[in-house]
Design a protein around this ligand. Structure first.
Ligand SMILES: Cc1cc2nc3c(=O)[nH]c(=O)nc-3n(C[C@H](O)[C@H](O)[C@H](O)COP(=O)(O)OP(=O)(O)OC[C@H]3O[C@@H](n4cnc5c(N)ncnc54)[C@H](O)[C@@H]3O)c2cc1C
Length: 507
């Protein structure tokens, strides 16, 4: 296969890459596509790993596909690909259940119901809650249909766009919610969907966040039986059925170029592969640092890229229980556990960042005080085992290097503290956890090469200048295709991939 010419090469077979390649070969069945990934399975974060002795399969990322109800972008694209019939979709009853100090507030998977439920629980905040949900329904909706706006199939109200641009674009979630609400617990609950895109309220732009709420709540969400791996495998099989090839366990070492500044293909240890178009699915920071030879002048792109901040990384605890988790008290597919004094967490996180991420302060701020997201996978897909996952947004900065004694101790501390928080809320779990594993920001770097272990690509804050780093990229024929340019989430991946596939022309 060495020196075979392809029409396009994809560096990485994460979900954005797979979705784009599958759509590309559907539009152009004669296109010769090669995908290369360093991992042993396709999907990147959209993959699973199993523990056969415990009969358990862990999903590396997915717990919620957004945009899966009527009017949703993702379900439309899956239908276009004919995948909706092949995917066994599960629509959970809850958006999530909020817990704080022993109290539970289940939120339904329906925007109007959630508004009512929150007004009932926080009657003194009824007026701003109505304003908030109206903003989700207008400005969140406009953001959600951004790709349709570009192709002319969605016409927004220009006055709404102008108002949002003037009044909302420069605010963080923290600022906007604090202007509207004065109940700290309600603010935390409303800010929690930011976790789906790797940001705390002080990190995320409010306008962007409104679209995240709209996508996950107003446009419906679902899980896939067979986990994210099923989705990735189906996309991969579409590519292969069209004559494309997927090389696994193969690290791309270089994106090759000619003297005229055009891409010529990629180099791996297994050989060189030629193509006039290369789609880069890895983090752009990684790509610019490792994949181009030093004679390619990337100084301008590097300068722009410096402004692109990674979203938060994640520390994940994977658990297997001996009894179905719902019988032990975890009766919702997703739970958000909030600390007693949520407002203090934000100040501590800011303080941690300002003071250079001292480990003890970070552990307090990120693990002990910040919300944790818990998925009871057994309620979504019991065939994958009695699996529960805890996720907390974290920073790689306070983690020592892998394979050191301090790293192992820190993993142990993370596991104990987060499981303690879980068991404080669900005491029925005590004595029923059979198996525990921890993934840290370093684990995520190791498996995906994503900068700082970010599973959500770039942080979408209020300053978006870094997001155009790829405009005017000096190597002709190179395109970037990942959460770093599409935005975090499977739905964003498919939306961006669809746009790229539509722009596809064979060179
Ligand atoms: C814990 C967690 C939970 C999440 N939950 C959800 C959720 O419920 N719903 C949702 O919509 N989104 C969720 N997300 C976000 C979502 O998973 C990501 O946005 C998405 O999977 C990113 O896909 P990607 O295409 O950018 O590629 P990635 O998954 O980052 O894949 C990049 C690929 O490139 C490969 N690669 C890197 N370097 C090289 C190289 N040199 N040579 C060859 N291959 C290389 C890697 O092996 C990898 O396969 C979650 C993320 C995390 C971390």
């Amino acid at each position: 296969m060495t020196a075979t010419t392809w029409d396009a090469i994809f560096v990485g077979a994460g979900i954005t890459s797979l979705a784009c390649a599958a759509m590309l070969v559907k539009r152009d069945p004669w296109a010769r596509v090669l995908m290369i990934d360093k991992h042993i399975v396709v999907g990147g974060y959209a993959s699973t790993f199993s523990r056969p002795r415990q009969s358990a399969v862990f999903d590396c990322s997915l717990h919620k596909l957004s945009g899966m109800a009527q009017g949703g972008n993702l379900i439309r694209i899956l239908r276009d690909l004919g995948l909706d019939k092949e995917l066994d979709l599960v629509y959970p009853d809850d958006y999530f259940c909020a817990y704080q100090e022993g109290t539970a507030l289940p939120l339904a998977n329906d925007a109007e119901l959630v508004e009512q439920q929150l007004i009932e629980r926080f009657p003194h905040q009824a007026a701003p809650l109505r304003t908030f949900f109206a903003q989700v329904g207008t400005y969140g909706r406009n953001g959600y249909y951004q790709f349709q706006m570009l192709d002319g199939s969605f016409e927004p109200d220009m006055a709404e766009l102008r108002w949002a641009h003037r009044n909302l674009k420069h605010k963080t979630v923290h600022e906007a919610l604090h202007e509207m609400f004065d109940d700290p617990y309600l603010i935390e609950i409303l800010a929690a969907p930011g976790i789906y895109v790797g940001g705390y309220p002080e990190d995320l732009g409010y306008l962007y966040y409104l679209h995240v709420v709209y996508a996950t709540l107003n446009r419906g969400n679902a899980y896939v039986k067979g986990a994210s791996q099923r989705l990735s495998d189906l996309l991969a099989s579409r590519v292969e059925q069209a004559g494309g090839q997927i090389l696994l366990s193969t690290l791309v070492e270089e994106v090759t170029t000619d003297k005229l500044g055009r891409v010529t293909g990629v180099r791996t240890r297994a050989g060189e592969y030629l193509a006039p178009q290369v789609f880069i699915n890895t983090s752009p920071h990684y790509a610019l640092e490792h994949l181009f030879k030093s004679d390619v002048d990337l100084s301008e792109s590097r300068e722009k890229l410096a402004a692109l901040k990674p979203a938060r990384s994640t520390t994940t605890i994977y658990l297997i229980t001996d009894v179905a988790p719902e019988q032990l008290g975890l009766c919702h597919s997703e739970s958000m556990l909030f600390a007693a004094n949520p407002a203090a967490a934000s100040s501590l996180r800011i303080e941690a960042e300002r003071s250079g991420y001292p480990p003890a302060l970070c552990e307090q701020a990120f693990w002990a005080m910040s919300p944790i997201e818990v998925t009871n996978y057994h309620l979504l897909a019991p065939e994958a085992g009695k699996v529960v996952c805890i996720n907390v947004l974290d920073s790689i900065e306070h983690w020592p290097a892998r394979r050191t004694a301090q790293y192992r101790k820190k993993k142990q501390r993370a596991s104990e503290l987060l499981i303690d928080r879980l068991q404080a809320q669900f005491p029925g779990l005590r004595g029923h956890i059979l198996h525990t594993e921890v993934a840290t920001p370093h684990t995520y770097v190791r498996f995906t090469n994503n900068t700082a272990g970010s599973g959500y690509g770039a942080m979408v804050g209020t300053d978006l200048k870094g997001h155009v780093f790829h405009h005017g990229f000096p190597v002709q024929g190179v395109q970037f295709l990942s959460a770093w340019v599409a935005g975090p989430s499977y739905e964003a991946a498919f939306g961006y991939a669809e746009m790229k596939a539509r722009q596809w022309r064979r060179a």
